[in-house]
Write a protein that binds this ligand. Sequence first.
Ligand SMILES: [Zn+2]
Length: 73
Amino acid sequence: MTQTDSAASTNRVVTCPACGGASLYASSNPYRPFCCVRCRQVDLGAWASERFKVSVAPAPTDVQDVPWPGTSA
Ligand SMILES: [Zn+2]
């Protein structure tokens, strides 16, 4: 890390969202902000599975049987 900001404005190093490592955020890195194609695929897979999980989750059947305190009064 001996770069100066003035000369390296287009070659920023950011944190890879997948592995937390250093990633070159530049046009030479087609996988930015990820550091490599593997990290990019891993993140997309995690995002897809998480989205799938959320779409399946809403099933609050138990909550409907619970009476609110004070509604019977
Ligand atoms: Zn990475």
